[in-house]
Design a binder for this molecule. Structure first.
Ligand code: ADP
Ligand code: MG
Length: 699
């Protein structure tokens, strides 16, 4: 059977995805046996009956019981994909969508991207053949734009619903609506936590199926005193477990890529000095931007005599199950978005987790046997400082993207949209104000032609506005390159510690003749293209190859989307025109220089600085530009603007006369303003949206 399946032709829309190997027959048999040992296996028939009898089913089951990998397969085996209909399964995190799809394709003995595929932003690994489609919740949301009734799906499974991401919450509302006029569509809402009643109530008392998990006891250990540096405490704890505890792998929860990389480096360094008496410690990082080829490593069985330590973000809390974990180290933090609707400030900061999260984390230690969880906080902290549950994202985020999406789906009455937990009214208003300022909505809140075009692009509204405006300035070719370079999610420039001077010199070459990071990014992209997308060129110029490849993929997609909104690809070498197009999207993000060398954002005044990584700061004898535009605000030790470009103040009046009056831009203003609220965070990102109180908008 396997050999027949091996013959399937190559596919993959993007062409850059490693499609993985098809398993030989004996491994397939082994995987088939493994599937039968999962807790969900004995519920197979019940589950299929429940799905047949009920349009909507809520499923609750412990992490690792087999919900994500097995349910879509059971439904496929039971005939739900007959006639080419698809089963869609959404995940809040893209790495989970990729990893689970890879696993399921192995279990089914097919190539990833054929019968089983995944779809995440900027990466479509599916084909005509795909019937089991794993995807991020955000991608299914976008599918509503092309297929409002999701006609090609027979079943939609909203997985990890307990995470309550913004996209999941909007999906729940939309799915509830279409279920009414698509009686043949089956909906499965699955969650790892026990708050199933809330989902059931939302779906008019939908049936709940509970899958009891196997759980071994987990001993919880607290610290006697609070820790000043949780990262250091986590590293020490991991080493102590390694040196003193019986075999079993360790899972450490950290908050992000940077922290994980630091921990990895320190752990490598410290284990070197341990001598040969101590067994090998295999360090496996896992976070959203981890390259695909390294992701599989965390699932590889630990060799006899060694121990694995997995350094993970929240992703390992419920989205991914790693077998063999016996020890969990929980510092008690995660990175969380917060949003202040009054000022429009969005920031991502390190925040204490909820009690529900810490229980989930501890649970990871008890899957295969008696486990231990080391909480790097006191039991007093646990009782008195941690909230019971996490606030759903819809109540702590900027809603501009979602509002634009709902408006393009023809949903005008946002206040009465069925949210499980409604967003704050102020946040909705703020989103409407921004979309109005960008020209996506008219005064009565209806979608404009510009807004309709913007909605086609899977990026934030300011970025999509910049792309749409590039048509007017005849430089769409350049602007989509810039947009792609800004969307890679990882840094473009490579700056190894031992070669910083070389790296900085290399980087300056892209900055000569202009003041601004946006144009520098464009120059990097164009130079790489000119070098035939060469890897060698990247090494020579201290550029991250992987980020560039990703930028190229993103750019290809943006180019296809341009065609869809009927914008011609036009190229220009007029840097001023390009910067004006950027300004058309980012005029709300402008700041001007103050006498003391710091900047003050124009519309909603507060102080910010140019990030040290900006090329502007690297230019020799740099003169700080009078007026700048920035991509985002980052909160570390100070409030920094990242990706900064010089603009002329008069452009603001020319491009956004409804937003800036002449004297507002030119006049100096040193009045003191309120500081942004600051959390105990280490790193944070914030975005600013100005106050549009002067403009009348009808909601
Ligand atoms: P649930 O969704 O209920 O948390 P899953 O279906 O994700 O459970 O996991 C079931 C089993 O499949 C677990 O034992 C897990 O270790 C295994 N598994 C899931 N994804 C992978 C993967 N990418 N590689 C190897 N094993 C995996
Ligand atoms: Mg799962």
């Amino acid at each position: 059977k396997a050999s027949v399946l091996l013959e399937g032709g190559q596919m993959i829309a993007n062409g850059n995805v490693d499609v993985g190997k098809v398993q030989p027959t004996h491994q397939l048999d082994k995987l088939r046996e493994e599937r039968k040992t999962l807790p969900i296996y004995s519920f197979r028939e019940r589950l299929l009956q429940d799905v047949e009898k009920n349009q909507i089913l809520i499923i609750v089951g412990e992490t690792g019981s087999g919900k994500t990998t097995q349910i879509p397969q059971y439904l496929h085996e039971a005939g739900y994909t007959k006639g080419g209909k698809k089963i869609g399964c959404t995940q809040p995190r893209r790495i989970a969508a990729m990893s689970v799809a890879a696993r399921v394709s192995q279990e089914m003995g097919v190539k990833l991207g054929h019968e089983v595929g995944y779809s995440i932003r900027f990466e479509d690994c599916t084909s005509e053949k795909t019937v089991l489609k794993y995807m991020t919740d955000g991608m299914l949301l976008r599918e509503f734009l092309c297929e409002p009734d999701l006609a090609s799906y027979s079943v939609v499974m909203v997985d990890e619903a307990h995470e309550r991401t913004l996209s999941t919450d909007v999906l729940l509302g939309l799915l509830k609506d279409i279920a009414r006029y698509r009686p043949d569509l089956k909906l499965i809402i699955s969650s790892a936590t026990l708050d199933a009643e809330k989902f059931s109530d939302f779906f008019d008392s939908a049936k709940i199926l509970r899958i009891p998990g196997r759980r071994y006891p987990v001993d919880i250990h607290y610290m006697e005193a609070p820790q000043a540096d949780y990262l250091d405490a986590a590293i020490v704890a991991a080493l102590q477990v390694h040196v003193t505890q019986p075999p079993g792998d360790i899972l450490v929860f950290l908050t992000g890529q940077e922290e994980i990389e630091t921990a990895e480096e320190i752990l490598k360094h410290r284990t070197r000095g341990l001598g040969t008496k101590i067994s090998e410690l295999i360090i496996c990082p896992i976070y959203a931007n981890l390259p695909t080829e390294l992701q599989a490593k965390i699932f590889e069985p630990t060799p006899e005599g060694a121990r694995k330590v997995v350094l993970a973000t929240n992703i390992a809390e419920t989205s991914l199950t790693i077998d063999g974990i016996k020890y969990v180290i929980d510092p008690g933090f995660s990175k969380m978005k917060s949003y202040n609707p009054r000022s429009g400030m969005e920031s991502l900061q390190v925040t204490p987790i909820s009690k529900a999260s810490s229980m989930q984390r501890a649970g990871r230690a008890g899957r295969t046997g008696h486990g231990k969880c080391f909480r790097l906080y006191t039991s007093y902290n646990y009782d008195s400082d941690l909230d019971d549950t996490t606030v759903p994202e819809v109540q702590r985020t900027n809603l501009a993207n979602v509002v634009l999406m709902l408006k393009s789906l023809g949903i005008h009455d946002l206040v009465n949209f069925e949210f499980m937990d409604p967003p704050p009214c102020e946040a909705l208003l703020k989103a409407l104000e921004l979309l109005f300022a960008l020209g996506a909505l008219n005064k009565v809140g209806e979608l404009t032609k510009v807004g309709r075009r913007m909605a086609e692009f899977p990026v934030d509204p300011m970025l999509s506005k910049m792309i749409v405006s590039s048509d007017k300035y005849k430089c769409s070719d350049e602007v989509i390159s810039i947009a792609a370079m800004l969307s890679t999610g990882s840094s473009i420039f490579y700056r190894p510690k031992d070669k910083q001077v070389h790296a900085d010199t290399a980087r300056l070459r892209f900055h000569t003749g202009n003041v601004g990071d946006h144009i520098a990014l464009l120059k990097v992209y164009n130079a790489w293209k000119e070098a035939n997308y060469s890897t060698q060129w990247c090494y020579e110029n201290y550029i991250q190859v992987r980020s560039m490849k990703r930028a190229r993929d993103i750019r290809d997609q943006l180019e296809r989307l341009l065609e869809r909104v009927e914008i011609k690809l036009s190229s220009s070498n007029d840097l001023e025109a390009i910067k004006k197009a950027v300004t058309s999207g980012f005029f709300p993000h402008c700041a001007r220089l103050q006498k003391n060398g710091s900047y003050r954002t124009i519309k909603h005044p507060h102080t910010a600085h140019i990030h040290p990584s900006s090329g502007i700061m690297a230019l020799e004898d740099h003169v700080l530009p009078r007026c700048v535009l920035y991509h985002e605000l980052v909160l570390t030790t100070k409030e920094y603007m990242r990706q900064v470009t010089e603009i002329k103040p008069e452009w603001l009046v020319e491009i956004a006369p409804h937003y800036y009056q002449l004297n507002g831009v030119v006049e100096e203003d040193y009045s003191t303003s309120k500081k942004m609220p600051r959390g105990k965070g280490r790193t944070s990102t914030s975005k600013q949206i100005p106050n549009l109180a002067d403009y009348s908008i009808c909601v």
